[in-house]
Design a protein. Structure first.
Length: 253
């Protein structure tokens, strides 16, 4: 996904400018051609209404996609916190030295996961992801010897919990990569430009200010969709409240 889709304000500005230009072009064309002939006004109104309706449907479907992805990211943040907290308790089942090291690594790992959610820039987030992968390797290397030397159901429970911790991070990353397809954005942009071109081309009695109403409304809708769809950009983001609560409960005495 291009970086500009991670900035809802850039999406709003680009959509607003593009639609205003399309509306002014339609208004310019209307002034350069003859008026509608008998029956043509009805046909034009039909096409205009159908185009606006299709635009509303596409925006509605895209908004639904964005909300679904946002809810998924929230659900997976909760799942991550639960997996880490559970494994922190299961670490007591390991030998003392391995248990202490596992709890230490889990606290470090939890801090990295919180930083991943709170970081708003892509480049530092990439560094955090690399550190996360390194800590995952360290945690696995701690529990693996215990599973090899003591292949008991109790140790298997600890190993299974560590696997859930690592898998939860993978599911979260996949959800953050799951964005509204570029084709959907292209279709919304095309429909928005077409709608404003038709509105500008139609005869009006409201003055030039009427041309700016539809661009502003659609641009606000694009802004909200981009804001919900972007994991890092904008104002609507998943706050790691469950991870923070887990970190509070996992503080060493």
């Amino acid at each position: 996904m291009p970086d500009n889709f991670d900035n809802p304000f850039a999406v709003f500005a680009a959509a607003l400018i593009g639609q205003i230009i399309a509306a002014l072009v339609g208004d310019f064309l209307r002034k350069r051609v003859q008026s509608f002939k008998q029956g043509e006004r009805h046909d034009f109104n039909t096409v205009q209404a159908a185009t606006l309706t299709l635009m509303a449907l596409i925006i509605g479907f895209s908004f639904s996609m964005a909300v679904t992805r946002y809810d998924q990211r929230k659900t997976l943040e909760e799942a991550e916190a639960n997996a880490i907290g559970t494994e922190y308790l299961r670490a007591d089942l390991l030998p003392e030295e391995s248990a202490s090291r596992t709890r230490e690594l889990l606290r470090k790992y939890l801090d990295l996961r919180i930083a991943f959610y709170e970081e708003a820039r892509s480049r530092p987030a990439t560094d955090i992801a690399q550190q996360t992968a390194n800590v995952q390797g360290e945690m696995w290397n701690v529990v693996r010897p215990a599973a090899t030397s003591q292949p008991t159901p109790t140790i298997a429970l600890v190993v299974s919990g560590m696997n859930e911790v690592i898998n939860a991070q993978g599911f979260t990353q996949a959800a953050w990569w799951n964005r509204i397809p570029k084709g959907a954005w292209a279709m919304m942009a095309l429909m928005a430009l077409s709608c404003n071109l038709l509105v500008g081309y139609g005869e009006r009695r409201k003055g030039e200010l009427f041309l700016f109403v539809l661009p502003v409304v659609i641009s606000l809708a694009f802004f909200l969709i981009a804001d919900l769809d972007s994991p890092r950009g904008g104002a609507i983001r998943v706050h790691p409240q469950n991870l923070l609560a887990a970190a509070q409960s996992m503080k060493p005495p």
